[in-house]
Design a binder for this molecule. Structure first.
Ligand code: GLC
Length: 543
């Protein structure tokens, strides 16, 4: 309703939202997503690892984030970037061991950072001992923990894998098994209580080691239609936007009870939290996963999917605030992650893409709630061109090369301008994905010295967000006037405003107070206001 009002806005429309309470920590946290494999390599084998990450904790504290979410660190079959887990209560030797993770958590605490792990409950690896047992013996207890169907000509239903092709593959003895992602990721049968029990053990295992919670992979999955009926609509190959056409596969009501149990477990620990990947098309449905006794947060992907347009952004912001406000949960804003093209590139690339990425992050960090920053975005990394022969992403292979895949947003971080850009302790190490020739120009060392760099902007924005809690905690109202989007928040530090010009002409912005931060270094005065250039955002204090 509110969103519709906003669409019809002539010339401006205001929408009030609910203020988020000040505590606990996760309600307003800025969480930095570490793609572990690409962050920092301490043992010189070209693969990022836990000790590498540990050595870079001072950087993350300096940057000013509150917590880290680490992409899967488990022993894995390697079919989907670690999202095919063989052992949920261990660390892949490529990354270190459990003691390394404990050290990381302890060191992170010392510099004021919490650590969140990724947990993958929808599917295991096909190399997981349960699946191996199920393959060997169709009548084993393990077989009922997956979705198997007897041999037949046709697969049991019309479901498709999100990565392309059918969602059913055959075992060597002719049975069918379900995998909504790759064939190496068989889906678990959550109607078997042994599955739930084992995951609860996993949660406790890591919580006992001091982690502050979990990002829950595919949290809108787990349960499937009890009769595995055909999906009603034409399958859309678009990744992450699941609507009613896939009603039998996702978003089954039973899944909410899992989150209630997991929430109760987290409540036994010191402020542990759960953030779910809930990639449903309807944000109202997404918010339901964050009712007070379920997941603390559900990632809000609307901004990530919106084109650069004030109308789309305004609608995305209002709808999310509205939907999450209804259930009393903070919105967890996301502009990029390891599944999506880097935002500089998404916004047009080059100077324009960079300007928009700068403006977009100021908007995100000005919104009430929590925000997720993907490693490398603070450096303004573009999507890297990864040659086909170096690609790893199953999306590329399963689509027969039609879809580029996600490797380009997963290449290693440039730390300095030396050979190998400081990713690995051994400059001769071959990185697991090739690093582009010009990556040094984005290096942390270089940007840290540059007052106009993307890194400096992120750091200043995070500091200002902390200094002005009205942004994250205040009561926000959103308005749009043509191509200009304004978020005005009233809270503990007074009244603050973020104004974004998403159009192609400069606009004059009224400025009764002071400028806190701007995404551009050129912000000329115009009368008693400011001339805000296209693709630019500014933070203002009205006091
Ligand atoms: C989630 C992850 C993605 C992974 C998929 C299957 O969407 O973010 O990277 O491929 O789940 O586990």
């Amino acid at each position: 309703m509110l969103a519709r009002l906003l669409r019809a806005a002539i010339p401006a429309q205001r929408v009030a939202t609910t203020a988020a309470p000040r505590s606990p920590w996760w309600r307003t946290a800025v969480v930095y997503q570490v793609y572990l494999r690409s962050f920092a390599d301490a043992d010189g084998n070209g693969i990022g690892d836990l000790q590498g990450l540990r050595s870079r904790l001072p950087y993350l504290a300096w940057l000013g984030v509150d917590a880290l979410w680490i992409n899967p660190h488990y022993p894995s079959g390697g079919a989907d970037g670690g999202y095919d887990v063989i052992d949920y209560r261990a660390v892949d030797p490529e990354y270190g061991d459990v003691a390394d993770l404990e050290q990381l958590v302890a060191d992170a605490r010392r510099v004021g950072l919490r650590v969140i792990l990724d947990v993958v409950p929808n599917h295991t690896s096909d190399q997981h001992p349960w699946f191996q047992e199920a393959l060997a013996d169709p009548s084993s207890a393990a077989a009922s923990r997956y979705h198997f169907a007897p041999p037949s000509e046709e697969p049991p239903n019309n479901w498709r894998s999100l990565f392309g092709g059918p969602a059913w593959s055959r075992t060597p003895d002719g049975r069918w098994y379900l995998h909504l992602f790759t064939p190496e990721q068989p889906d678990l049968n959550w109607r078997d209580p042994a599955v739930a029990e084992d995951f609860e053990r996993t949660l406790r295992f890591w919580l006992d080691r001091g982690v502050s919670g979990f990002r829950v992979d595919v949290a809108y999955g787990l349960f499937k239609d009890a009769d595995l009926r055909d999906n009603p609509g034409t399958y859309s190959p678009t990744l992450f936007g699941h609507g009613p056409e896939q009603a039998m596969t996702w978003n089954q009501p039973e899944v909410h009870d899992v989150w209630r149990r997991w929430r109760a477990i987290c409540d036994e620990y010191d402020e542990a939290m759960l953030v779910g990947e809930v990639s449903l098309a309807d944000v109202g449905q997404v918010a339901l996963y964050s009712r007070p006794d379920e997941l603390h947060q559900s990632l809000a992907f609307r901004l990530l999917k919106s084109p650069w347009s004030a109308e789309d952004y305004a609608e995305a912001v209002v709808e999310a605030l509205d939907a999450f406000g209804e259930v009393g949960a903070p919105v967890s804003w996301v502009l990029s992650n390891h599944d999506k093209e880097r935002k500089v590139t998404r916004f047009g690339g080059g100077d324009v893409g960079t300007a928009r990425a700068r403006a977009a992050v100021l908007l995100m960090l000005a919104l009430p709630g929590s925000a997720y920053v993907y490693a490398g975005d603070e450096l303004g990394l573009p999507q890297a061109a990864v040659p086909d022969e170096a690609k790893r992403d199953p999306i590329f292979f399963r689509s027969g090369g039609l879809r580029a895949g996600r490797d380009g947003c997963r290449v290693p971080m440039p730390w300095n301008e030396t050979r190998g850009v400081g990713f690995s302790t051994d400059p001769d190490a071959r990185p697991w994905l090739p690093i582009p020739e010009d990556w040094g120009r984005y290096a942390v060392s270089r940007q840290a010295r540059d007052g106009g760099s993307m890194l400096t902007l992120y750091r200043r924005a995070l500091a200002q967000r902390r200094a002005h809690p009205s942004f994250a905690e205040g009561e926000a109202s959103v308005s749009r006037q043509g191509d200009v989007l304004t978020v005005r928040s009233v809270g503990p530090s007074g009244t603050v405003r973020c104004v974004v010009n998403m159009g192609s002409q400069p606009v004059v912005v009224r400025c009764p107070g002071s400028v806190l931060l701007s995404s551009t270094t050129r912000l000329p005065r115009s009368g008693d206001g400011l001339a805000l250039p296209p693709d630019t955002a500014v933070w203002l204090s009205e006091d």
